[in-house]
Design a protein around this ligand. Structure first.
Ligand code: PLP
Length: 446
């Protein structure tokens, strides 16, 4: 049914020149706009809406919780949904990751991890400790607030704000299609992991608090899957120099890569696990940092305080929705489904786009797939930035009724990709529909 679109005079968005369509309804993997046009949500918003749109169970839980109590402040009270959700996460997180601190989203969560890492060393070694730096990687995204952006390696997101950012060092990414060292994964001996160690040594290990990385890089570069052994090496390096390892699983956490947490692919236990997006599958704003027992115990035993907090931390509504989402994920076997459908999707996209003139690489893990667009498939030359190929691909897809997540600037400020990551409830026919629509959209550009 068509609905008259509202006049949009006062809101502004990232793109200040392009009006956006208004979505009035979501159901399963589809979204509907005011003109009744249907879109297959091929990227679950921003790889967040993992259980799909319009879930009645979550809606009902939200209604009941809102009637009971919608808001309490964490400085004075706790609440049932927060306690139950923390238990749920602690029981399922790897190793002794068992102490959960709730915030409102991904950037708040990475900022929280940064402050936790710093405070851990202040509490352990005293206020004069020189450990404050966080080593991140180029071609990474850790959020838009200033601490998170300081860790982010993606140039375009940083550049206008450089004077406001902290000078955190950035090591080479694990970007096999464009290996920063010109090596092949079969014989590289994880040179990019060695670069993390070299960066750490250059900075002086005694000044470093943590290493942060996304298990599979998402928004900044389009599903960069590291070689096997990479995460184990990061763990070894951090252990060798007494540095905390932070896994930013804002995008990968809660099943996106076919494991509940992506670090489980490599049996690695980070010291801090950062979560958001799939935590509530988009139904409410929420994020968290999960700390290993000794990190939390150091704060408790020394200063006894974490000097941090946000108004909506551990919000009862957000926690209740998140808990219901997690129950649904488990009861309906959606993580296993993400793994199975991810294989189908990756296979199909490789088959359809493997020799497409605009496509250089199709990669991914679980239901997180990146399609890198290139001007020349042989030399891997990216398109000129001014062409905005990824945005154009996104618009072409939208015209055909498919939503994808375009990105650019992964490769030293250049390069284009689209990120695909539909809700886990997608079925094989809908995966086929997604592949058809994406191929047709890229044909529109060729
Ligand atoms: N970290 C990662 C890995 C992300 O993918 C994102 C968002 O895309 C963030 C942090 C920031 O999360 P938010 O947009 O919820 O602030």
């Amino acid at each position: 049914m068509a609905v008259v679109p509202r006049v949009d005079d006062h809101l502004f968005y990232r793109d200040l020149r392009r009006p956006l369509r208004e979505i009035v309804r979501g159901e399963g993997v589809y979204l509907y706009d005011t003109e009744g046009r249907r879109y297959l949500d091929g990227c679950a918003g921003s790889l967040a809406a993992n259980i799909g749109h319009g879930n009645r169970r979550v809606a009902e839980v939200l209604r009941r919780q809102a009637e009971r109590v919608a808001f309490t402040h964490l400085s004075r009270f706790t609440n049932g949904p927060a306690i139950e959700l923390a238990d749920w996460i602690a029981e399922r997180a790897p190793g002794d990751l068992s102490r959960v601190y709730f915030v409102s989203g991904g950037s708040e969560a990475t900022e929280t991890a940064l402050k936790l890492a710093r405070q851990y060393f202040v509490d352990r070694d005293g206020p004069e400790t020189p450990r404050w730096k966080v080593i991140a990687r180029r071609s990474s995204y850790h959020g838009n607030t200033l601490g998170a952006l300081s860790m982010t390696g993606h140039r375009a997101r940083r550049s206008p704000y450089e004077p406001l950012l902290n000078a955190f060092p950035h090591a080479a990414p694990a970007y096999c299609y464009r290996c920063p060292f010109g090596l092949e994964p079969s014989s590289c001996r994880l040179r990019c992991a060695t670069d993390v160690e070299e960066t750490l040594l250059r900075e002086g290990p005694e000044t470093v608090a943590a290493v942060i990385a996304e298990p599979v890089v998402g928004a900044a570069a389009g599903a960069l899957v590291p070689p096997d052994g990479y995460w184990q090496r990061l763990r070894e390096i951090c252990d060798r120099y007494g540095v905390l390892l932070i896994a930013d699983e804002v995008m990968t956490g809660f099943g996106r890569t076919g494991r509940l947490f992506a670090v489980e692919h490599w049996n690695v236990v980070p010291d801090l696990l950062v979560l958001a997006k799939g935590m509530s599958a988009g139904y409410t704003p929420i994020g968290a940092v999960v700390a290993r027992e000794p990190v939390w115990a150091t704060l408790r035993d020394r200063s006894g305080r974490f000097v941090h907090g946000h108004t909506y931390g551990a919000n009862p509504l957000s926690c209740a929705a998140s808990l219901e989402v997690q129950r649904i994920l488990e009861e309906e076997g959606l993580v296993e489904r993400a793994e199975a459908m991810g294989r189908v999707l990756l296979g199909l996209l490789r088959e359809r786009l493997g020799s497409h003139p605009l496509v250089g690489d199709v990669r991914g893990l679980g239901l997180m797939v990146g399609v890198e667009l290139v001007a020349d498939r042989v030399t891997r030359e990216p398109f000129p930035s001014s062409w905005g190929v990824a945005s154009r691909a996104g618009l072409a897809a939208e015209r055909r009724g498919l939503v994808v997540y375009p990105g650019s600037g992964a490769h030293e400020g250049r390069g284009d990709h689209v990120l695909i990551g539909p809700p886990f409830i997608i079925d094989a026919t809908q995966v086929e529909e997604l592949a058809d629509l994406l191929e047709e959209s890229l044909n529109d550009l060729a």
